[in-house]
Every structure is written in C-alpha cells, then in structure tokens.
Design a protein around this ligand. Structure first.
Ligand SMILES: Nc1nc2c(ncn2[C@@H]2O[C@H](COP(=O)(O)OP(=O)(O)OP(=O)(O)O)[C@@H](O)[C@H]2O)c(=O)[nH]1
Ligand SMILES: [Mg+2]
Length: 702
C-alpha cells in the first residue's frame, strides 16, 4: 500500500438512522475503489465492517468499523457507525475521529429520528456534511421526497448535485448536475464501473429544473460568483466545485448525492465527490484550530509532518486470537511502525508494533502514518479509548470524546454464584471497549449495576458477556435506595440488663428523638447532667442508635435526618460497660422511633426531556402518570422542539428511555440527575412496606 500524505487523506464518518444502508455503502465504496477484494452483504454477513457474531446474527451495526477506499490518488478513510440510538456512543466516537460526515438517508424512508440526531451532532461539531440518498433501487424509493424531507426537517441549505435516473427496479444511473453528464453502468458489466453519457432526453426537464436550483444555490454562497451569475455568465464546473467545497466548510451548503450500494450504481461518483469536497487534514486545521494540553499549558496542534506526534484513541476492541486492537486518529506529526510513544493520559510508554490501517477486520501493515490518518495496532498495553498517545518530549493530551451518559440501568448478577468474579472482569472489559456501557457496585443496595443507552444495548452486552467471557448473567430492575425518617418527636427508655452468673451487664438511657432538616443527616445531643451516665459510656449510646437506625424502623431502610438526645439514664458501678450502653442505645431507638411517626423517603431525579412539539402533550401526560412533578416547559435550542423539566421518583424512571423513544418515534431525548429525597405518598409507601414485610416473612420461613 502506498504512503498517503496529509493532503491526500479524507476522514469520513458514515452516519445516519438505523438500517439506512451505511454498512452496505461502506462495503461498496471500498469494493468499487478496488481497495477491498470482495463485495460483501448484510444478508450473508460478509460486509467489511459488521464483523462480530452479534452484528452478523442481528444484521445491524453495534460498534464502529474502519475501512478505506483509495481513489484518484487519495485515501478516503471510512468510519462506519451504528445507527441505533442504543449504540450512539460509537457514532459520536466516529464523528470525533473524522473530519466530515457522510449522512445516509434511505430513499424509501427519508429523514428519520437518527438522521436528525446525526445531522445536529455534525453541525454542533462544525463538520461538513454530505448527504447520500441510499437504496435507490428499493421499492418505493423516492429521491424527490427524501430531498424535500431534508429541506423541510433538517436544513434549507441542502442542494442536489446529483439526481437519479429512474427509481426502484427502474433505477439506472445518476446525473451529475455540475458536470452535466449522466453516469450509467458500463457495458463491460464490471461491478461499479460506469460510462459517461449525455443526459437522456426523458430526464432533460428534471435536469434543467434541479440544475437551475443548484447553480443558484452555489452562486448565492459567493459574492463574486453571484455577480457573474447575474451577469449571465455560465460558471465553469471547477469554480462551482470550489465554491461548493468552501460553502460546505462554512456549513453554508449541504450537497445531496444518490446511489444504490446493492447495484453499485452511483457509488463511484460518491467517491469522486468525497475526494473533491471533503476537507483534508490541512484544511481541517482552518476549520477547527485543534488544541491540546501539555501538562497545565495549552498547546496548538498542527497537522504537520515535523510537528510532535499526537493521536487520540477513539476505539478499542477485543478480537479473538488477537487481543485488544486500538484505533487512533493522528492529529500531528508522523509516526512509524515500532516507534515508542507516550501515553500522556496514563503516564506510560508503549511501543507501536506492527503499525497498520484497518480494512474491516483485516489489518494492513504500514511503515508510517502522516498527520490526519487513522491507524490501528494490536496488543497496545494499558491504552484505552480517549487516551492520547504522543511523545515523551511532548506529552500532549487531546480533548476527549464526550460520550453520552447511561439512560437505562439494571441490576445484574451471575447466573451461577461461581461466575461472579468472572462476570465482574467481563463487565469491566466491556466498559473498556464501550465507554457508554457502565458498571458499578452499589454498596447501599448491595447490587452490581449496569447502565447503557437502551435495553438493546444492555441485551447485546449480556450476549457478549456470555460469548466472550463465558458467563451468563441475569438482569433485574435495580433496587431503589429508599430511606426512612421521622415526622414527629417522642422519648423513651432503653434498658439493657443481663444477670447470668459472674459479672452482669447493665446499661440504661433515656432518649428523645425529633426530626432534623432534610439532608442534615443524623445528630446526637448529649444533655446528661450530674453523671446519670458516666461520660465514657455516652458515645456507646450514640453508636447503638446509629447502628439500629441503619436498618430503619418500618421497611428496613436507613433512617436519616433526625436528632437523638440522650437526657437521662442510670448505671451500675460493677456491671455497666460500653457494650451494655450500646445495647441500651439500640433498645432506646427501637422503643422511641416508632413513636415519632416514621415515614418513607424516596429518591427523586430531576429529568430534562427534549421532544418535538408534536409529542409534547404525550410526554407531559406520561411524566404525570409517573408521579412526576412538572416544573414547566421551554423552547429547546436550535429548533429541536420543547424542553420539559420534571421531578420524578427514581422508582418510576426504570426504562423511561424506552418509553420516551416509543412516544416520540425515536426523536425525544432526556437526561436526569439525582435531585434529593422526599416523603413518599402513603399509597406507594404502603406497597414498599408490604414488600419488606413479605421478604422478612419469607426469610423467617426459610
Ligand atoms: N435494496 C437495497 N437494499 C439495501 C441497500 N443497501 C442496504 N440495503 C439493505 O438494507 C438493510 C440495512 O442495510 P445496512 O447496510 O445494514 O444499514 P446500516 O445503516 O448499516 O444499519 P445499522 O448498522 O443498523 O445502522 C440490509 O438488509 C441491506 O441489505 C441498497 O442499496 N439497496
Ligand atoms: Mg451498519
């Protein structure tokens, strides 16, 4: 493979809604360029970038995959990303590693929730976006309708630069509006090859209409061009392409192409446009002034060969028989195979043995990579996603990828007790590969919790746990960490006395208990006067109360936010000791707390939902039915609809993401943070108390 310098490299993230044809197109692009030897298919499980058993079996992408197409002297790095929201982490990682987005829109489906999400994501990063209307050969394929949906729902700055000849089973080629030529499959019949012809007479009128729209849209992005256009001059296609490229960099225009990956019609022209319109590494620098940190000092990152090497790890995967494979995007400096580099994020030196570029699962050894290129190496010790690898002399840290936070959580335990440790290791490995898959141990509820972006995400993670780590795990909804507190005050005695031959035990205390402010926790007040209890034993009373309060009084949850005051007691000069007074403290708690009107507290989350206005009523209704307290609505940024803020009990939020997605046809999103504890309504509390009583009963019977 030849060596590609920065100006010959294009980095493209292929993004879009689930099943819009991304993986098929990436395969076709690599194949028609000649860089990949086989035309793979989803049906046979042979695409370049859906390679894991989970992807092949389910027929959708789960993690990002890297491929490339060498075309017209350039190397187009293609990052195929998953379309489902559940695997969005890798779509974000793909966009972070790329310099532009190829946004795929199915010709039969048009703009969907995932299209909209990825468009906004690319715009937020100031990336150029090229639309491709895919699957033009499919039944009900409709270019015009897909194009108008983009215009209507995403941006008015969209402009077609290609239109299809026919659609569905009649799809027979594409017309390039800039070159004013038609491209139809070559008579040679060789896959993907095309012949340039004049525009068929039957398409002439459509061509004229779209052409006029394109010329005007391009001219409008450049004052000089606009002047020439109004002067009646015919703008040469080179000037149009140059203006288009500049407008794309400013997000002033978004060109649209069309193709069929299955028939490989229009695929080569996608490559032509990618090479011509997507920025190379140098041009990226004008777009985003890359910044990093060296120690505490900010540094600029330049994509020059002789600048110090710096690259960001954007993905790691575990491959059978190989081990970990690390994918990184270089931002500055060249790097050679075998070179020792420095992981500034973890302070460790690592050697890049067998430097390679990935063509799907295959790794092709390369001697050197130039700035902007995407590389991979196997068995890179202690290096994870979001680490920066650089040099010892310049230990740079690049800005990290901001992965989305968990939206669903489950409690998980190994199906067999002996597998518990293996399961824990597996869960951590899964997190290393996919930062959006989270795991932690909740010491309050004594459960291992896993979190992810959706139920499908968790389900796939469990399938991988079983396959790669040989442990079956069971999921359940996480226990809710309820608390108990007091709403009244009372007092009483705790008296511990035992006489069993020899030395006895004696402790006696009088305790008053009352509520404290929410969030103030527990306080102990010592108001003993006149030595009713000797000083040394009073802390033992405090400890006894604390120990007893950890198990609560009504449903087994810790009692919080109360004040216990020890105001009287008595002792025995021989039999009293600390242990006896601790027992007395426990007794006092047990006798006084029930008198103080104990209640249950439930944890509440602050929830922010963003939804298109069409679904606002449904979303609010659903939140109310979850006992949510609605705080109001506001307009969301950049026209994404409305924001609803509500305080909702955690117990009512389990799998909320799934519900929101179905209510809003995948277009709603939400975030939530812990808000605080509040007294639980009587009816719900009664259920929790009954569940506790039942489990105590079962324990007694067992
Ligand atoms: N007719 C037709 N079908 C296609 C074409 N491209 C893809 N498909 C089919 O559409 C389905 C989805 O294709 P994928 O390539 O997996 O789509 P994707 O966007 O990668 O899907 P996710 O990875 O789930 O986001 C598969 O059944 C493909 O065979 C095409 O050009 N024509
Ligand atoms: Mg895919």
């Amino acid at each position: 493979m030849r060596e590609y310098e920065s100006d010959a490299i294009r980095n493209v993230a292929v993004v879009g809604h689930g099943a819009s044809g991304k993986t098929s197109l990436v395969d076709a692009l690599a194949f028609v360029s000649g860089s990949s030897k086989r035309h793979g298919s989803i049906k046979d499980g042979t695409t370049l970038t859906d390679t894991t058993p989970e992807e092949i079996q389910r027929k959708y992408s789960i993690s990002l995959g890297c491929a490339f197409a060498e075309w017209k002297g350039a190397k187009v790095n293609l990052i195929d990303t998953p379309g489902f929201l559940d695997f969005q982490g890798d779509a974000i990682a793909g966009l972070s590693a790329a310099d532009g987005a190829l946004l795929i829109v199915g010709a039969a489906t048009g703009v969907e929730a995932g299209t909209e999400r990825m468009f906004r994501e690319a715009i937020a990063r100031e990336d150029p976006v090229l639309f491709v209307i895919s699957m033009m050969d499919k039944e009900h394929a409709d270019f015009d309708s897909a194009y108008w949906m983009i215009k209507d729902r995403l941006t008015s700055k969209v402009v077609p630069v290609e239109i299809p000849i026919g659609a569905g089973s009649g799809f027979g080629g594409v017309i390039n509006l800039i070159a004013k030529k038609a491209y139809v499959p070559a008579k040679s019949g060789k896959a993907g090859e095309y012949e340039e012809t004049d525009i068929p007479a039957a398409e002439r009128e459509r061509f004229e209409r779209y052409h006029a729209e394109m010329v005007e849209a391009v001219a409008a992005t450049d004052d000089q061009l606009l002047e020439r256009f109004f002067g009646g001059e015919e703008i040469p296609s080179e000037d149009e392409m140059a203006a288009l490229k500049e407008a794309m960099k400013r997000e002033d225009l978004f060109p649209v192409l069309c193709c069929s990956a299955h028939l490989m019609i229009g695929v080569r022209t996608v490559l032509d446009f990618l090479v011509a319109l997507m920025p190379n590494a140098y041009e990226m620098e004008e777009l985003h002034a890359f910044k990093g940190a060296e120690g505490s000092k900010a540094v600029e990152i330049h994509p020059n060969d002789d600048a110090p090497f710096a690259a960001l790890v954007f993905k790691t995967t575990a491959e059978p028989h190989v081990g970990d494979v690390t994918f990184f995007r270089t931002f500055s400096g060249t790097v050679a195979s075998g070179q020792e580099v420095y992981n500034a994020t973890r302070n460790g030196a690592v050697k890049l043995n067998h430097l390679a570029v990935a063509q799907g699962r295959e790794r092709i050894a390369v001697p050197r990579l130039h700035p902007g290129d995407i590389g991979c190496v196997a068995k890179l010790h202690n290096t994870h996603t979001n680490d920066t690898i650089s040099t010892k002399a310049h230990p740079v840290r690049l800005p990290q990828i901001a992965f989305p936070e968990s939206l669903v959580t489950f409690a998980v335990r190994a199906a067999s007790r002996n597998d518990e440790e293996k399961m824990q290791q597996g869960l951590h490995r899964l997190h290393d590969e996919d930062p959006t898959f989270q795991t932690h141990y909740n010491s309050e509820t004594l459960e291992t919790i896993v979190g992810g972006l959706g139920e499908r995400h968790i389900e796939v993670a469990m399938a991988r746990l079983a396959r790669q780590f040989g442990t079956k795990a069971e999921l359940s909804s996480p226990r809710i960490p309820y608390r108990e507190t007091l709403t009244g005050s009372g007092d009483g005695q705790g008296r511990h006395k035992k006489q069993s031959g020899g030395r006895g035990q004696f402790g006696d205390c009088w305790v008053k208990m009352r509520p404290a402010k929410r969030g103030d926790g527990y306080a102990f007040v010592d108001s003993i006067v006149g030595g009713a209890i000797p000083r040394g034993f009073i802390p033992a009373v405090d400890r006894g109360i604390q120990e007893a309060s950890a198990c609560g009084i009504i449903a087994g949850y810790p009692l919080v936010d109360f004040i216990a005051e020890c105001f009287d007691g008595s002792y025995h000069s021989v039999d009293s000791n600390e242990a006896s007074f601790k027992m007395a403290g426990i007794q006092a708690f047990k006798s006084v707390a029930p008198k103080c009107r104990p209640v249950l507290l439930e944890p509440l989350d602050m929830v922010h939902v963003i939804t298109p206005d069409d679904y606002l009523g449904d979303v609010m209704g659903d939140l109310s039915s979850r006992h949510g307290k609605l705080l109001g609505t506001a307009q969301a940024d950049n026209g994404a609809g409305s924001v609803v803020n509500a305080i909702v009990p955690q117990a009512d939020l389990h799998l909320y993401g799934t519900r929101l997605s179905s209510l809003t046809h995948g277009r709603g999103s939400f975030t939530h943070q812990f808000h605080g504890y509040e007294q639980m309504p009587r009816e719900q509390a009664a259920k929790v108390i009954a569940a506790h009583e039942k489990s105590v009963q079962e324990e007694v019977e067992a």
